[in-house]
Ligand binder design. Structure first.
Ligand SMILES: [Zn+2]
Ligand SMILES: [Zn+2]
Length: 382
């Protein structure tokens, strides 16, 4: 593991702001819980503010502002800006500048602000605690965001907003309930520390454990378990490959509440222009990774036999089937979206049955490919 040497000086303000709440969480929060107890009201507000903070980061700071994966109504942007201040992860312009550099220079220890190449601790937390050169402020990559009035407003009043959301709101909730300390400890401190560290897991754990199905040449991984804590951001290899997609978990069963929130917001007309990668391109990318990995393994086989030929043959067949399916689907969808007259109704049905035939052919080809890879995975290499 590489570590910068000698270590740059500490950022004392960051150290204080980030570590003091942790100290409160491991001492006063459990002490108060055991001595006086927390009630349902306090736990509900803890949960609600957790969702508010984390989703403002994932749907707002990350997918909306850092990656322009969709457009949002100023009302939604304002909610995200308040939630971002509540999450205490810096103002959005600074956050997005770091994050865009993280994508452009991913794993470059000198330029990626939270490079996974420098280890779990660095990418999770240490990058904020010291004056590393890669973490110095540079706004050259966020000129678009510097023109966003909501973000300019958030940046201008960040200190006040941060205090209001992190101290003012929990205190108000406590006053209304008659227990200031209970709300301050749960909805204030515990919520803050957990929401921050759940987000940090994306930079650390999601670059260490999981699958690399779309781009094996980078450290970002797809990990459903991390997605559970990060509101869907655990599908990080996909995200680093198609960063402009408003989804991170692309299958319907992938746990990605952020994508569901954005979708619901689009139905409410609070979000629009949702960008996503076609199934065709996603599948082609995934297959190319499997194909290249299989060919590399062929070089190392003790008994190569005809494996290389079989893999090349099946891969070509599968890509052909994928192309035919995609073209037939496009033709059918196009016909479906245009107004159908009685005369062309017959053509429409033809296109539909053609699409269905290519779809089942593709399924068959996928099964062949998977069973070939399955048998191949048991072979011994030198
Ligand atoms: Zn990343
Ligand atoms: Zn990103």
């Amino acid at each position: 593991m590489l570590t910068p040497s000698p270590k740059p000086p500490l950022r004392w303000l960051n150290l204080l702001v980030l570590c003091l709440p942790i100290l409160v969480c491991v001492t006063l929060v459990p002490w108060y819980g055991f001595t006086y107890g927390y009630d349902t009201y306090e736990w509900i507000w803890f949960g609600a503010l957790m969702v508010f903070c984390e989703m403002s980061i994932t749907a707002g700071y990350h997918r909306l502002w850092s990656h322009s994966a969709y457009k949002a109504h100023p009302i939604l942007k304002s909610i995200y800006a308040l939630g971002g201040a509540c999450a205490l992860q810096n103002d959005c312009i600074t956050w997005a500048a770091d994050h865009r550099r993280h994508h452009v220079y991913a794993d470059n220890n000198d330029k990626d602000p939270y490079s996974a190449g420098l280890g779990f601790w660095y990418s999770h937390f240490e990058w904020m605690l010291r004056d590393f050169e890669s973490t110095r402020e540079d706004y050259s990559n966020v000129k678009d965001l510097l023109k966003d009035p909501v973000l300019v407003w958030q940046r201008k009043h960040y200190l006040l907003l941060m205090l209001l959301m992190n101290l003012g709101l929990p205190l108000l909730l406590g006053l209304l309930h008659g227990d200031i300390w209970g709300s301050l400890f749960l909805a204030g401190f515990l919520r803050l520390v957990l929401s921050q560290h759940f987000t940090y897991l994306i930079n650390s754990a999601a670059h260490i454990w999981g699958q690399r199905s779309y781009d094996p040449n980078q450290t970002a991984r797809d990990n459903w378990f991390i997605a559970l804590f990060t509101f869907g951001e655990g599908y990080h290899n996909y995200h680093h490959t198609f960063a402009w997609d408003y989804r991170n978990g692309i299958k319907w069963y992938h746990y990605d509440p952020t994508k569901w929130l954005i979708k619901v917001c689009s139905w409410l007309r609070l979000a629009s222009d949702l960008r996503f990668c076609s199934n065709y391109r996603v599948e082609l990318t995934r297959l190319a990774v499997q194909y290249n990995a299989a060919l590399s393994k062929c070089e190392l086989l003790i008994e190569p036999a005809n494996w290389r030929d079989s893999i090349e043959h099946e891969y070509t067949q599968l890509v052909d089937a994928l192309n035919q399916w995609s073209q037939a689907k496009q033709a059918w969808y196009q016909a479906r979206s245009t107004k159908l007259s009685v005369e062309i109704h017959h053509d429409f049905e033809l296109l539909q049955s053609r699409y269905k035939a290519f779809r089942s052919q593709l399924h068959q080809q996928q099964q062949n490919w998977h069973s070939l890879l399955h048998s191949f995975s048991h072979l011994q290499t030198s």
